[in-house]
Design a binder for this molecule. Structure first.
Ligand code: ZN
Length: 130
């Protein structure tokens, strides 16, 4: 699947955001190692702590289907916001350094990078394996 197609899915997912507090609309579309597509949007909560980002929604949807490896991820916001630290940590659990991450904004600007550039020296499951 092309980056442009992923962008279309991420942008569509952003429209489903439940964000009555921040009013931010974030969408994520990702591919897993078998080529499956998953999308997610940010879902806020009045407790704030119960809020979850679009990236983690998409990742957890994939993992709940036993799709354990993410190979390409597109995150879309109007402004082009990068993934937060917590989402980067969750990515490190289900991707490797070569995960392709694309950050896109409404104006069409895209930033592309490998996961190792987005989160160098990440803490991974390898650190816990003896
Ligand atoms: Zn996040």
């Amino acid at each position: 699947m092309t980056s442009q197609s992923l962008r279309t899915h991420a942008q569509a997912a952003a429209k489903n955001a439940y964000s009555p507090y921040s009013k931010a609309h974030v969408g994520c579309a990702l591919l897993t190692s078998d080529g499956s597509l998953y999308t997610g949007c940010n879902i806020e909560n009045a407790s704030y702590g119960g809020t979850i980002c679009a990236e983690r929604v998409a990742i957890l949807k994939a993992v709940s289907d036993k799709k354990m490896k993410i190979t390409k991820l597109y995150v879309f916001t109007k402004e082009g916001w990068p993934p937060c630290g917590m989402c980067r940590q969750v990515m490190s659990e289900f991707a490797d350094d070569n995960l392709e991450v694309i950050i896109g904004n409404e104006a069409g600007h895209e930033t592309k990078m490998k996961f190792k550039e987005l989160m160098p020296l990440s803490f991974t499951p390898d650190h816990l394996v003896p």
